[in-house]
Design a protein around this ligand. Structure first.
Ligand SMILES: NC(=O)c1ccc[n+]([C@@H]2O[C@H](COP(=O)([O-])OP(=O)(O)OC[C@H]3O[C@@H](n4cnc5c(N)ncnc54)[C@H](OP(=O)(O)O)[C@@H]3O)[C@@H](O)[C@H]2O)c1
Length: 214
């Protein structure tokens, strides 16, 4: 697949590298340091390159991996993204890990992911990776003993979710379909609880969330 990464920080760099390694064509974008983008692309291998925000937004699949305050600027510069699959891992969590998700703490009454979908109504927004820690994404393997952590994802379009599920697998995680985009309200809140637990237990970042099945 052709994947545009918007936000070349912990999440964007980590996921982009894994996808490039899995054979996808990846464009890294949206750093304030252009040299960082080029170095990142070089370290990600032959399937990766650096590009502009618009280059990344022109790909079939886009990962939005920026801090919440940057979302408006990004969307304004790349909208409308018609027909694209937009994966968002953006959370409303404060950088110091305090504070609640947007859905519960503001007048919006909806999730970050739904807000993004409203801004780009003709794109298929899928929320994923909110309960994964970038440190695990950047590590050698996602394996914990004999297990691989689950990644819950949600979105309104079945085909888009099937593609995202494969991309989750390509990163070494187990994809779990949590339902339509409305569920992002719960997943973003789950992410907050998960981070709070990780910090208070002093286990951060060496944790993987797993849905047991039988
Ligand atoms: N880190 C995690 O473990 C984790 C887990 C789940 C979800 N998330 C969510 O994923 C999103 C990305 O997190 P992250 O840890 O990858 O963030 P990050 O490392 O700070 O990366 C953010 C990226 O956005 C870029 N950017 C461009 N303009 C910016 C501006 N004006 N202000 C801030 N950044 C700007 C940064 O540029 P530079 O390259 O110039 O810094 C950087 O490449 C966030 O919404 C976060 O809540 C993070």
């Amino acid at each position: 697949m052709n994947i545009g990464i918007i936000g070349a920080g912990n999440m964007g760099a980590g996921l982009g590298k894994l996808w490039a390694k899995a054979g996808h064509q990846v464009i890294f974008s949206y750093s304030r340091d252009e040299e960082k983008l080029h170095q990142l692309a070089t370290s990600a291998g032959a399937n990766a390159k650096a590009g502009t925000l618009q280059d990344a937004a022109a790909q079939d699949i886009i990962l939005l991996a920026v801090w919440l305050p940057a979302v408006d600027e990004v969307i304004e510069n790349v909208a409308p993204l018609d027909g694209k699959i937009v994966i968002t891992c953006v959370s409303g969590l404060q950088p110091d890990f305090t504070g609640q998700t947007v859905g519960l703490a503001t007048d919006l009454k909806i999730s970050v992911a739904e807000t993004i979908q409203q801004l780009i109504p003709n794109a298929s927004v899928v929320e994923a990776f909110n309960t994964t820690f970038a440190e695990i994404i950047a590590s050698e393997s996602r394996q914990f003993g004999s297990d691989f952590p689950s990644v819950f994802y949600c979105g309104n379009e079945v085909e888009a979710k099937q593609i995202v599920a494969k991309l989750i697998e390509d990163c070494g995680y187990e994809p779990i379909d949590a339902g339509n985009l409305l569920v992002a309200r719960a997943l973003e809140t789950l992410a907050t609880a998960w981070v709070q637990f990780a910090v208070s237990s002093h286990l951060f970042p060496n944790l993987g969330l797993k849905a047991l099945q039988r």
